[in-house]
Design a protein around this ligand. Structure first.
Ligand SMILES: [Zn+2]
Length: 72
């Protein structure tokens, strides 16, 4: 359970978040992070414009493993 203690979010590691194919496939840096206060929805995007096909749903822990700099 040590892994979970280190996890820097209040949300569970398996929380579904929105990211884009540029970050997933092209290893682009995460430049835009949004956390919707109403529905709790996280978005981690590269800063470009995105079509629906370019957005992907992954687990919060996957994003964190890719870029540890996202923790606040
Ligand atoms: Zn992108």
């Amino acid at each position: 359970m040590n892994l979970f203690k280190k996890f820097p979010f209040k949300d569970k590691p398996n929380t579904a978040v929105i990211t884009c194919v540029h970050i997933l496939n092209e290893k682009q840096p995460i430049l835009y992070v949004s956390h919707d206060a109403d529905d709790g929805c996280w978005q981690f995007l590269c800063g470009r414009e995105h079509s629906v096909e370019e957005s992907k749903i992954v687990a919060l822990e996957e994003i964190y493993e890719m870029d540890k700099s996202i923790k606040k």
